[in-house]
Write a protein that binds this ligand. Sequence first.
Ligand SMILES: Cc1cc2nc3c(=O)[nH]c(=O)nc-3n(C[C@H](O)[C@H](O)[C@H](O)COP(=O)(O)O)c2cc1C
Length: 187
Amino acid sequence: MIDISNNNSTKQEVQGNLLSPLPVVLVGAQVNNKPNYLVIGYMCPFNFGKHIFFSLYNVRYTRKGIHDNMTFSVNIPSENLIEQTQLCGTKSGRDIDKSAIFDTFYGELKTAPMISQCPINIECEVTEILDYTPNEGIIGRVVKSYADTQYLTEGKLDWRKVHPILWATGGDYNYYKLGDRIIQDNG
Ligand SMILES: Cc1cc2nc3c(=O)[nH]c(=O)nc-3n(C[C@H](O)[C@H](O)[C@H](O)COP(=O)(O)O)c2cc1C
């Protein structure tokens, strides 16, 4: 067994969230009858992807739409949407109207606005809201997931076509691109 309290160890404590990089997503909600989108950096699937979880700071304008309708959407932007994504992640719907930044469409839920320009869209209904003041843990059940056909190869989603924006934390706080596939397995 290696003793990391030993001065000879190469291990050192590092601050920050090291579970990264992850794809940046835009969460959509209907606030006061208009679509509003914000950026979420850590979106976590669980229960075999049937549910997802994220943390929402309780001053977010988007929070009202999520609480009012108990629905939301998750939209994965491509690199070409970086400017619009930055805008949604730095300006509040309380101060600017974010409803016209993208074209919006609705799926089965009718109250979870989704972004046409994003290659991947997921509509969700809220199953639980956890109080971790000043944050809330939002748990959603995935109702339906969508991808544009141009991002598929032989009927399957092809991440090399999606060009997701990856957000890295724990070191620098910056956006990265997806790299090359390292195992050529078609499974
Ligand atoms: C990379 C990135 C990740 C973010 N992650 C979160 C997050 O996990 N939870 C959160 O509440 N806000 C997060 N934000 C901040 C919101 O996206 C931002 O404050 C937004 O302007 C809120 O919009 P709204 O007030 O219209 O809801 C993130 C922003 C960026 C740029």
